[in-house]
Design a protein around this ligand. Structure first.
Ligand code: HEM
Length: 222
């Protein structure tokens, strides 16, 4: 069994052999599952990484601090997942990038499966609901400076990494992002490997102040 598709096909075969009718393991679901994984798992991580590099170009003193921490803790060997716990500043920069980049501002639409009253509002069964992640990621009662890039949002006074409940780029609840662990691992490994080897700067003739952080409109925020 080499991966998801093999696993799926093996169960499909078993169910066919035991004459299970009405199975979820059919070709249509296989196609949807694989295409969903591509759609949900490629542009999201790539857009976040691009935001990370743009922010490093705009704030060179922060890029320098990430570089210093990486040189001190990892040196020139390849970064591995286990290094993250020893790189609190870098970890905070990646979290702050995800918060400010806010790449899935409306998460994905859900639909109420029954009538529900939420915070005094009646929502009828079958209503489409968009959970606005922006409202949490930029919540003024949660973040000291919601609209600025500030890695201290994820650091305590001693410079140790702190988790924040309002960090919700992967949404929340039962249907939250299935790829959170994979995405975090990818972002950490790609971001650190790039900063270890390169310096990111604005193009010639452009100052850091001129780098524009206005997001473009898209399903994710490019
Ligand atoms: C920075 C990267 C990513 C972000 C910010 C992100 C964000 C999200 C968000 C906001 C949702 C909607 C959750 C909800 O319905 O409430 C979601 C769903 C999902 N994500 Fe991600 N995602 C990322 C990367 C990935 C990766 C790498 C994969 C897998 C390869 C993935 C797979 C999925 C899947 C399968 C769902 C649907 C889950 C379901 O409906 O039960 N995501 N993601």
């Amino acid at each position: 069994c080499r991966g998801l598709v093999d696993c799926f096909l093996i169960v499909k075969q078993k169910e066919e052999d035991s004459c299970v009718l009405d199975t979820h393991y059919n070709e249509e679901n296989l196609t949807f599952t694989v295409s969903n994984l591509f759609a949900a798992g490629t542009d999201t991580t790539a857009a976040t990484l691009r935001w990370g590099l743009l922010l490093m170009a705009k704030y060179p003193h922060i890029q320098e601090q990430v570089h210093e921490e990486l040189s001190r803790v990892v040196g020139s060997r390849q970064v591995c997942v286990d290094d993250r716990k020893n790189l609190p500043y870098t970890d905070a920069v990646i979290h702050e990038t995800q918060r400010l980049a806010n790449i899935a501002p409306m998460s994905v639409p859900h639909q109420t499966s029954q009538d529900v009253t939420f915070k005094g509002y009646f929502i009828k069964k079958g209503t489409i609901v968009f959970p606005l992640l922006t409202s949490v990621l930029y919540d003024e009662s949660e973040w000291e400076s919601p609209h600025t890039f500030n890695p201290s949002h994820f650091l305590d006074k001693k410079g140790q990494f702190v988790r924040r409940d309002a960090f919700m780029p992967f949404s929340a609840g039962r249907r939250m992002c299935l790829g959170e662990g994979l995405a975090k691992m990818e972002l950490f490994l790609f971001f650190t490997s790039l900063i270890q080897r390169f310096r990111f700067t604005p193009p010639p003739g452009i100052t850091e102040d001129e780098l524009d952080l206005t997001p473009a409109v898209g399903f994710t925020t490019p």
